[in-house]
Design a protein. Sequence first.
Length: 121
Amino acid sequence: MMNQANAYDAYKTNQVMTASRNKLVIMLYDGAIKNLKLAEIALEGKQLEKVNIYLKKAQDIIVEFMSTLNFEAGGDIAQNLYQLYDYMYKRLIRANIDKDKDAIEEVKKYLEELRNTWAQI
């Protein structure tokens, strides 16, 4: 018999496996935004190890975005996105070192704007 956690994992796996490319991008943005929100909460609670974990998860998602950009098809848009992702990635590194809530908030806002743009496509 499948317990709730296994059922949820199966549901999430199925959701990812059957999602369109557009939906996958939105799910990745949602994941990055969620991790930044969790990092902010952990920072408020002075749980510095958790801040590090959540920021690194958000950074991993940003790296994934950077590595999947198609510069041939995307041209200037892809180049501009790469520069924005690179900025956000470096900003999160500094945020992690300095435990800077403002930097986390800044990156979260950029990600929310990008996510909302994808959701309109």
